[in-house]
Design a protein. Structure first.
Length: 752
């Protein structure tokens, strides 16, 4: 019973009651018994959608009530906004929430006044590196989806960040929320935490396999779901549940498959729509088309009109939320998605269909089965408490053998154990530098001692491996002038980092490790040291002013940019471009005989060329078609390039490079997607790349022209009076009013 909870801010309990929460779910009650509201460390390994957030909330609110401050770490930006919206409701009883995700170079001091802070793990890591003082005020930290420590790319950041936060405040309460995994007990040991491990779910979940015309469930029950004519299995399953008023989520293994499935399933969903829904869906489709004018958007909008959608990382974030919201409102009947959705936001459906349980795995050189953990997370999206009588998760079998295998592999199986990925070199390279630069370790011994507090160390069975890799990484960092060893023996008085208090201050006989000024910059910029080394080397070797393409290819070559792959035939195309533009490329180009490196350079050249084309004002649609990517990919590459070139500018300044201005200009051009000559115009709020080009063509070349030119010219270009007025106002024109102004067409004629 909620009323029995003590230690929460007054008003919290009635808030939850208003939200429809009367009593705690069993795992929540267990968590409270284990001390969640009394500052105890806790690992809660509970199925998806079983109220994990509430466990965290109880811990955070009681920490705040005791005068403390809580941090909620999420794995995705989209989740940060979802949680922030949820926690904002705590304002009603006086608890304030702040959210921070982007900009890895700030300390966000304004957060010091907030009670609860929501941030991604990368953001928290960067806050530690930048020495945000308020981190030492934290008394409670929540790690959502902590099983992602297993993720090769992002896991190490979360792991090291948790270790650092605990070092900053040894009394910190850690609450880790996890999907049900194979070794929750190990994670609990690592965090010195109590473990709540439960399979309880608020709504029944039936897992089953569809084969032939029948759906067989784990509880022994079966249901006839006949496949008609040339229909696909998933279509039959979607139709079947839709006729009962239930929605479906179909997981497939690639973007292309998600799009194709959405088109086909639209044929099923459109038959079940009411007139009112059709109208609402048409409006939604228009919103999607307005968001971006590309083939992907148009495809999506066409599907949406018929009640179906696809969801993958190629969509813009606006499009993704439009789709998610409409699905939650039951306006959209079916979504076909790549697995990104499973880890992401709250989008339950009556029936989850895991159509593809194999996916292309480059390291295996072919198709490989998905992890049990991943499939269970997809399946866990089935069933909406209060809306559906139960949830159903279905795998699709093509043969009798398949059917057996699917039951064994996924329905009856336990999920895998979480394994630390910290010892992988890129991860360690980044985190060792950051650990030294932010003052958590000042000697090799201190560094090893710090690393001992990671999950990796507690799991590692191979003696000496961590030490060996650490030494290799230290050597790399020294070679590139990011870290220096100073003398030895004595304890340095110098302030070597943001958190000197956290450093290993013990008397040491070891040589001192210090981040160089360049090393500090790299750590603060949140770059992989290898990216920084590549950029520094490229800039230092440039005898002439680097071109935009040269700089774009350079940053595309770094491990911080996910390059575009070369499609078949493209190695030739970009090979030609390579020879044509070789003089512009920075650094040491590979010879044709270094196959692997050569291919890397070409892939980076492709990415660099995409950015250059964008900065040459090619439109979004042409680019997405030419490079066969979605609008979300283009924006993703542009964002990353903007960040890397911003970092490159800081590095250029640090090494006294004469090319700082060239880098800054290349960054601004990619940010706005414009040629050099438009850079001034786009600095006016409301003037994007298209408008800037039109204004320029009409003879308006800089903001000052907007203040003096005949208003009719501006109106002739911008059409709308309101738009023209706003832009003139933003440009600082004294009397921006368009009352009575006649538009003058770009060809000089006056429209009547
Ligand atoms: P998880 O984080 O485990 O995936 P959530 O915390 O999002 O799950 O919870 C799923 C839903 O259950 C939310 O809508 C939440 O409001 C609701 N919920 C959580 N706890 C309770 C409870 N004790 N009683 C009723 N509803 C609850």
């Amino acid at each position: 019973n909620l009323e029995e909870l003590s230690g929460l801010p007054p008003g919290a309990v009635s808030h939850f009651q208003q939200e429809g929460i009367e009593s705690l779910y069993p795992p929540q009650a267990e968590a409270v018994e284990a001390g969640a509201t009394e500052g105890e460390n806790l690992v809660a390994a509970v199925p998806t959608a079983s109220g994990k957030t509430m466990i965290a909330t109880l811990a955070m609110l009681s920490a705040v009530e005791r005068g403390g401050k809580a941090l909620y770490i999420v794995p995705l930006r989209a989740l940060a906004s979802e949680k922030k919206a949820e926690f904002d409701a705590f304002e009603s009883f006086g608890v304030t929430t702040g959210v921070t995700t982007g900009n890895y170079e700030s300390t966000d001091d304004w957060l010091a006044t907030k009670d609860v802070i929501v941030a991604t793990s990368e953001k928290v890591d960067s806050l530690v590196r930048n020495g945000a003082d308020w981190l030492t005020d934290l008394t409670c930290v929540v790690s959502d989806e902590v099983h992602l420590i297993d993720d090769r790319n992002r896991g190490p950041t979360l792991e090291v960040t948790l270790a650092k936060l605990r070092r900053l405040n040894p009394a910190l309460q850690v609450v880790a929320l996890s999907a049900t995994v194979g070794n929750a007990d190990e994670i609990a040991d690592w965090l010195d935490a109590e473990l709540v491990h439960s399979d309880w779910r608020p709504i029944d979940l039936r897992m089953g396999v569809h084969y032939g015309n029948a759906l067989e469930f784990d509880d022994g029950s079966t249901r006839e779901v006949p496949v008609e004519g040339s229909e696909k299995q998933e279509a039959a399953l979607v139709r079947d549940i839709l006729q009962e008023g239930g929605s479906s989520l179909v997981f497939v293994n690639s973007r292309r498959n998600a799009e194709a499935a959405a088109r086909r399933l639209g044929g099923v969903s459109r038959r079940e729509l009411t007139d009112e829904e059709r109208t609402e869906l048409a409006d939604l489709a228009d919103e999607i088309r307005e968001d971006s004018d590309t083939e992907t958007s148009r495809d999506l909008a066409d599907c949406v009109e018929r009640g179906s959608a696809f969801h993958h990382a190629g969509l813009s974030s606006t499009q993704r939320s439009l789709v998610e919201d409409a699905f939650r409102d039951r306006l959209l009947k079916v979504i076909s998605a790549t697995p990104t959705l499973a880890a992401g936001v709250n989008t339950p459906a009556r029936r989850v269909i895991v159509r593809d349980w194999r996916r292309f795995d480059p390291s295996a050189g072919g198709m490989a089965p998905l992890d049990v953990l991943e499939v269970h997370q997809m399946m866990g999206r089935a069933g909406r408490p209060g809306l559906d009588p139960y949830g159903e998760a279905v795998l699709l079998a093509n043969s009798h053998d398949d059917r057996e295998e699917l039951f064994d592999r996924y329905v009856w199986a336990d999920p895998e154990a979480v394994r630390s990925k910290l010892a992988a070199e890129p991860a360690l390279r980044t985190h060792v530098l950051a650990t030294i630069a932010s003052g958590f370790a000042r000697t090799r011994e201190g560094l090893l001692e710090f690393l001992e507090a990671t999950l990796y160390a507690s799991q590692s069975s191979e003696a000496g491996r961590l030490e060996r890799v650490t030494d290799e990484v230290l050597a790399y960092l020294e070679r590139n002038d990011f870290v220096a060893r100073s003398g030895g023996g004595s304890e340095s008085d110098q302030d070597t980092g943001a958190f000197t208090a956290a450093a290993d201050l013990a008397e040491s006989t070891d040589e001192d490790l210090e981040a160089t000024s360049l090393g500090h910059t790299v750590s603060r910029l949140y770059l992989d040291p290898m990216s920084a080394a590549e950029i520094v080397h490229g800039l230092e070797g440039a005898d002439e002013r680097p071109t935009a393409l040269g700089l774009y290819q350079l940053v595309s070559r770094t491990p911080d940019m996910y390059e575009l792959y070369l499609r078949s035939g493209e190695d030739e195309k970009f090979g030609e471009l390579f020879y044509e533009r070789e003089a512009e490329l920075l650094g040491d180009p590979p010879s044709e005989y270094e196959d692997h490196r050569f291919e890397d350079w070409l892939a980076a050249l492709k990415t660099g060329k995409l950015l250059a084309d964008w900065a040459a004002e090619d439109d979004e649609e042409a680019l997405t078609e030419r490079y066969k990517i979605g609008p979300g990919d283009l924006r993703g590459k542009v964002d990353t390039a903007e960040w890397l070139l911003g970092a490159a500018e800081s590095l250029a300044r640090e090494i006294d490079s004469e090319w700082t201005v060239a880098v800054r200009e290349a960054r601004a051009r990619v940010e706005h997607g414009v040629s050099e000559e438009l850079l001034e115009l786009v600095s006016v709020r409301g003037v994007g790349r298209k408008r800037a080009r039109q204004l320029y063509a009409a003879g308006i070349e800089e903001p000052a022209d907007l203040r003096t030119v005949d208003k009719g010219v501006v109106l002739g270009v911008l059409k709308g009076e309101k738009t023209a007025e706003t832009i003139l106002e933003n440009a600082g024109r004294e009397d921006p009013s368009m009352d009575g102004v006649e538009p003058i067409e770009p060809d000089g004629t006056v429209a009547t």
